[in-house]
Design a protein around this ligand. Structure first.
Ligand code: ZN
Length: 87
């Protein structure tokens, strides 16, 4: 979900990872996470998210150990791999 937004050019953060300069809460039904975008990006990001099936993004699979993680996790619960770390 965040990756989808980033690919579309939106600078977003999952709630709980506050960063100065971000505003515009976008609650995502069923996903149990909130995405924050810059205020001037919020409308476009909201429209993009409306076209996504949020439930398809509820989990991510750890590329290191193969465990499933909730979308809100930044680190694998099992091996602590950082999803944003890349390879
Ligand atoms: Zn893992």
């Amino acid at each position: 979900m965040r990756e989808s937004l980033a690919a579309a050019g939106f600078e977003v953060q999952l709630r709980g990872m506050s960063r100065p300069g971000l505003a515009g809460e976008i609650p995502i039904p069923d996903a149990m996470v909130d995405v924050w975008a810059r205020e001037d990006d919020a409308e476009g990001a909201r429209a993009l998210l409306a076209g996504l099936d949020a439930r398809a993004h509820l989990e991510w699979v750890c590329p290191q150990c193969g465990e499933r993680n909730p979308a809100s996790f930044e680190l694998c619960w099992s091996c602590q791999r950082d999803i944003a770390a890349g390879d």
